[in-house]
Design a protein around this ligand. Structure first.
Ligand code: IMP
Ligand code: MG
Length: 190
């Protein structure tokens, strides 16, 4: 067994299959935790004296929202909004609001919690939605950001990890419904 076949065997062991596609490990749970700690520290620095309302964007952000909130020690509230733009591994241009926020947000500091910002279509729609609600602050925190895919001018206030324009799964992110429960992030195998 030479080193080439050995590395193939090792790679096969850690490669995962979701539906028709294969994914390889990309970002470890440790790296995610580290990035999240930094992200939370920045937000808490800015809003620790306020009582911000964190808005997690479902479905993808459920895991990052939970871990974010556990690290955030100052007074805060949390709610969720459900948007949808992705089909399979392709983004679609229309973003739909599937579940809204049924709470008065006027005068409040709103911090969006996103798992990932890709084209920015979802973010643009969110900004549009919240601008109409007379909020005091509208800020955006995302764990992952794909700078090469981003098409908008909207400022992203807090960014955890910048990644290349690759399709990833795990830590809340899915490929056609699968992979959200993975504690580490995988990328599509080349
Ligand atoms: P955007 O509207 O193009 O910025 O995409 C935002 C949403 O698409 C994210 O909140 C995710 O739900 C989904 N998304 C974007 N990139 C990926 C990815 O690499 N893997 C899985 N879902 C993704
Ligand atoms: Mg999302």
């Amino acid at each position: 067994c030479n080193s080439v076949s050995l590395s193939i065997i090792l790679n096969l062991k850690i490669m995962i299959q979701l539906h028709d596609k294969q994914f390889v490990p990309f970002i470890s749970a440790k790296e995610i935790d580290f990035a999240l700690t930094k992200l939370v520290a920045q937000v808490e620095d800015d809003f620790g004296d306020d009582t911000p309302i964190f808005i997690g964007v479902l479905n993808g952000a459920f895991m990052v929202a939970a871990d974010f909130l556990k690290k955030y020690k100052s007074p805060c509230e949390v709610s969720f909004i459900k948007m949808a733009s992705y089909e399979g591994t392709e983004t679609t241009n229309s973003v739909k609001e599937l579940i809204g926020i049924n709470q008065d947000l006027s005068g409040r500091s709103v911090v969006i919690i996103e798992d990932i910002i890709d084209t920015g279509n979802t973010l643009e729609e969110l900004k549009h939605l919240f601008k109409a609600q007379n909020v005091k602050h509208f800020k955006v925190a995302t764990l992952f950001f794909k700078p090469e895919a981003y098409k908008k001018d909207i400022k992203i206030d807090y960014i955890g990890i910048r990644i290349p324009n690759k399709f990833i799964v795990g830590y809340g992110l899915d490929y056609d419904g699968l992979g959200r429960n993975l504690t580490e992030v995988y990328k599509l195998a080349e």
